[in-house]
Design a binder for this molecule. Sequence first.
Ligand SMILES: CC(C)(COP(=O)(O)OP(=O)(O)OC[C@H]1O[C@@H](n2cnc3c(N)ncnc32)[C@H](O)[C@@H]1OP(=O)(O)O)[C@@H](O)C(=O)NCCC(=O)NCCS
Length: 178
Amino acid sequence: MEVTSLSSLLEATEEEGRVYKYLSSFVCSKNKDVELFLHKKAIENEKRNFSRTSIIMDETNNHEIVGYFTLLIKNFDFTNVSGGLRQKLTGNKRATAFITILIGQLGRSDSYKGKVSGKQILDLALEHCKNHIKAYAALKVVCVEFEDIAPLHKFYEENEFKTLQKNENGLIISYTII
Ligand SMILES: CC(C)(COP(=O)(O)OP(=O)(O)OC[C@H]1O[C@@H](n2cnc3c(N)ncnc32)[C@H](O)[C@@H]1OP(=O)(O)O)[C@@H](O)C(=O)NCCC(=O)NCCS
């Protein structure tokens, strides 16, 4: 598998339409928001510097999209979090907010279910966070924000994420330290 940034794909291709067409081949039936983001929003967000998307490709199969992840830096207000955990995440037990690397989107293509695990996609995202963000900007807390449903709790718990809080929008935030 090969990880390529969406920015480099856009730079390498003269016609943006070709990149849109390529991204539209990604199917993720379990989460249509994850599918729609890659089809319709990722390029615009890249250009506006809102987020950075990386595409995981199968170089042995015509560069088919295996999955992708999107990262950004985000500030969250703490809701119901203990002083100890605030201290751990920010160095200040009275902090009211924290800044984190957010995995805004993450998904595997339906056609790679059973061939590539979600853990492999998540590990690539975390490796990216370590090598590019922690290494150069010293941020070490990585969060994910997800729908409050059992399969996603299970997935992130099995991959060493701990639940931090439920946001006002009803989404769960979990964190890990890299
Ligand atoms: C999350 C993900 C990467 C995990 O991959 P994985 O560890 O290989 O696990 P699986 O894909 O086998 O999923 C485990 C179970 O959870 C279910 N599941 C996964 N994501 C789900 C979702 N968003 N909604 C409902 N069920 C979901 C799967 O259907 C599967 O159930 P099954 O065994 O009955 O088919 C992958 O399931 C995925 O790409 N899901 C869709 C995108 C998504 O929801 N991303 C998280 C948003 S932050």
